[in-house]
Ligand binder design. Structure first.
Ligand code: HEC
Ligand code: HEC
Ligand code: HEC
Length: 238
């Protein structure tokens, strides 16, 4: 599966930077059963213990393979006494796909990048990335106050910029307000980044909760941290 991840600069041109990853999705039906969805093989059981309620720190992992063999992988610096077996969880889809349905973006920057990438925020407006992030990061007591501040803030900024068309500014205001309304809920104390995203490893530990190279078995092997076991980086955007 191909993933093109686009981000933008805070410069006048909102310069685009793209990372293209060929995800090795694989799956239980793929030859040799390798790749990311190797995890979903029904004959395979992965159990783990997390030391925090958000399951972001995982000191202990047990793999039971289809042939019945069992392997325990323990993170560097973990003492046996810190593995409470009654808090063991069996890994399933949601340990990776934990931000399905209504996804709260991991940061204002990520939300703005996504809106620019899909064209909802017009890239033709100078400094739109920088100004959008600034307006989204300001904290407000209520949604109404925030939406008014976004409207006023963006229109105010472009008033002093010559050669921008009013229609694009109008589009940017509605798109930015929509991003705010989808991600920030002041009365519920929900905002960008309150929930970790376990797919990947850049905004939080994600896959690296186990795949950090420090979770070792008795035979000295460890859960892989080889970049290419999960994805291959391509030089060009196809
Ligand atoms: C709870 C621990 C845990 C988490 C979290 C986890 N994995 Fe794994 N994963 C394992 C274990 C254990 C193995 C088997 C040992 C090995 O292959 O290194 C494995 C194996 C793999 C393999 C190799 C399968 C093969 O044989 O080809 C891939 C690819 C993989 N995981 C991808 C991911 C990705 C992507 C994420 C994050 C979205 C992730 N894993 C999150 C524990 C985990
Ligand atoms: C080890 C972590 C992991 C587990 C467990 C896992 N997935 Fe995935 N899944 C991924 C990754 C990584 C991708 C690639 C998407 C990406 O990079 O954002 C993916 C992609 C997908 C896609 C394609 C999504 C799209 O955007 O087209 C579907 C559908 C999916 N998974 C379903 C499932 C289901 C159902 C299960 C449980 C039976 C499951 N996955 C278990 C990590 C995982
Ligand atoms: C266990 C699997 C796994 C390993 C090992 C792994 N990655 Fe990733 N990586 C992922 C997944 C899953 C994503 C998320 C893709 C997405 O957002 O759809 C990702 C995303 C990325 C991104 C894009 C970040 C962004 O948001 O722009 C980069 C860059 C990256 N990985 C580099 C690396 C490098 C370098 C290594 C080796 C040191 C590495 N990865 C090892 C699974 C892995």
């Amino acid at each position: 599966m191909l993933r093109v991840l686009r981000s933008y600069g805070d410069d006048e041109a909102n310069t685009e930077n793209a990372t293209t990853l060929m995800m090795r999705l694989g799956g239980p039906n793929a030859p040799g059963q390798h790749g990311i969805h190797w995890h979903t093989n029904p004959g395979l059981v992965i159990e783990y213990v997390a030391s925090d309620a958000d399951r972001q720190t995982i000191p202990w992992v047990r793999v039971t393979r289809p042939d019945g063999s069992v392997q325990d992988c323990v993170a560097d610096g973990t003492t046996a006494g810190r593995i409470p077996s009654d808090e063991c969880r069996t890994m399933d889809c949601l340990d990776c796909h934990n931000t399905i349905a209504h996804r709260i973006e991991v940061s204002a920057e990520a939300a703005v990048d996504r809106a620019l990438a899909r064209g909802a925020l017009p890239r033709s407006l100078p400094y739109l990335r920088r100004e959008s992030v600034r307006l989204l990061q300001a904290s407000h007591a209520s949604t109404d106050v925030a939406l008014a501040a976004i409207d006023e803030g963006l229109r105010g900024f472009y008033k002093s910029e010559s050669a921008v068309d009013a229609a694009s500014v109008g589009r940017a205001v509605s798109a930015l307000r929509a991003v705010y309304e989808r991600n920030v809920f002041p009365t519920m104390k929900v905002t960008f980044g309150v929930y970790p995203d376990n797919i990947g490893h850049t905004s939080s530990q994600g896959c690296f909760r186990c795949h950090d190279g420090s979770h070792a078995a008795k035979d000295g092997s460890s859960i892989t941290s080889d970049c290419e076991s999960c994805h291959r980086m391509l030089d060009e955007v196809p």
